[in-house]
Design a protein around this ligand. Structure first.
Ligand code: FES
Length: 108
């Protein structure tokens, strides 16, 4: 797979693994990622809530937002923006691409 100074594309799932309005958690090394399907478009963010230690892949996806399972904070999936308390810090997002039915995420 292509590599560069700014990161490496890693396969994280097959397109069919993540249904619409669903999310899949995956681990690349020490990095916990959440890969979302929002109306057929895929997005990747950190899987760990910025408020405390909860996995957003266990949360509730509603349209283009995800609700944290622990204190119900919400984030905008495409931008990672924290949109409702208690989290105030945005989620890290990662570039994503789909090729031949496979989903790749670019990680450092
Ligand atoms: S851990 Fe996510 S809102 Fe508190």
């Amino acid at each position: 797979m292509e590599t560069s100074d700014s990161g490496q594309w890693r396969e994280v799932a097959q397109v069919g693994d993540i249904e619409e309005s669903d999310v899949k958690g995956c681990l690349i090394g020490d990095l916990c990622l959440a890969v979302f399907n929002v109306k057929g478009s895929f997005y990747a963010t950190s899987d760990i809530c910025t408020h405390a230690h909860a996995h957003l892949s266990d949360g509730y996806v509603d349209d283009d937002t995800v609700e944290c399972p622990l204190h119900q904070g919400r984030f905008h999936i495409p931008t990672g923006k924290a949109i409702s308390a208690p989290p105030t810090e945005d989620l890290r997002t990662f570039p994503i691409r789909v090729e031949s039915g496979k989903i790749f995420v670019k990680v450092e």
